[in-house]
Design a binder for this molecule. Sequence first.
Ligand code: FMN
Length: 301
Amino acid sequence: MAEIFSPVDIGSIHLETPIMNGAGPVKLPEHVLEIARSDAGAIVLGSITIEERFGNAGVVYARGKDDIYSLNSKGLPNGGLFYYRDKLPELVSIAHDHGKPLIVSIAGFSPEEYARLSDVVINSGVDGQELNLGCPNVWGKDGKQKRIASFDEDLTGETLRQVEQAVGPDAWTAVKLSPFSDPIALQSIANILSQSRLVTAVTSTNTFPNAFSFNEEDSPAIDPGGGLSGLAGKALKPIGIGQVRQLRSVLPSAIAIIGVGGISNSQDVFDYLRAGADATQITTAYINFGSQVFRRARGNG
Ligand SMILES: Cc1cc2nc3c(=O)[nH]c(=O)nc-3n(C[C@H](O)[C@H](O)[C@H](O)COP(=O)(O)O)c2cc1C
């Protein structure tokens, strides 16, 4: 195929093309196999949590008119750490047999949980981990929304410290953030990330928290959380690129940036790369259009 984008190395991970799936839709061996067979440069599995989670109930994903955005409130469904501890060697083999690295996204509910997850994941032979510090869609039994970790500098710093203690500073680690509307808060979190020896890359951005839309029956488009849900897809692209541009200006050059938000074709990838991203991820367009999106993003089809 005619390649537009050059291969890139992010720390110890080599990407034949700077495009991979974003965390969320890839949870099972058949999902891993689908990305392995696609034109993506790497596979991102998860997010996975310690406990098995069934996710939120009811309508948890909605497509905006003309796919201008997606809303979701999945609530991190996944098989839990015991399931993945047994499955990861097989998933690593599937990825490596297809010449692709496997990155596992982990989501804890405390620094200790991130450290436990990280210990198992890194010692399973995966190529890297992505710490999901930006999930907005977790609601407690009390009906209250859980804190988004990347908006809490102390929590972020403590999580990085405990993960580094568990797996050492050389474990390939990306940190995924929620989008910041406050430029000073973005700079502060970038400082925390810069001070950690652990951080290989920053992934930006997770969904924009607590968006809301009505469906055609005039009800909330999404059931959990009274309809408040994470916005992604095309509408997120200028926000995501703005995050990447700001992060590139404040992070040291040794920390790579993985851009994500609203990518569905090669122009979108190009725009993220020229704003300062080293690689990119695609979630909504993969969910909506399947794994052929990676071929299109590489400039074919
Ligand atoms: C249905 C769905 C589930 C997601 N689940 C996760 C997740 O488990 N972990 C995570 O870090 N991000 C998750 N995300 C966020 C995406 O990986 C991505 O950061 C965001 O959707 C923006 O990219 P996009 O516009 O290509 O969708 C999810 C997004 C969607 C739409």
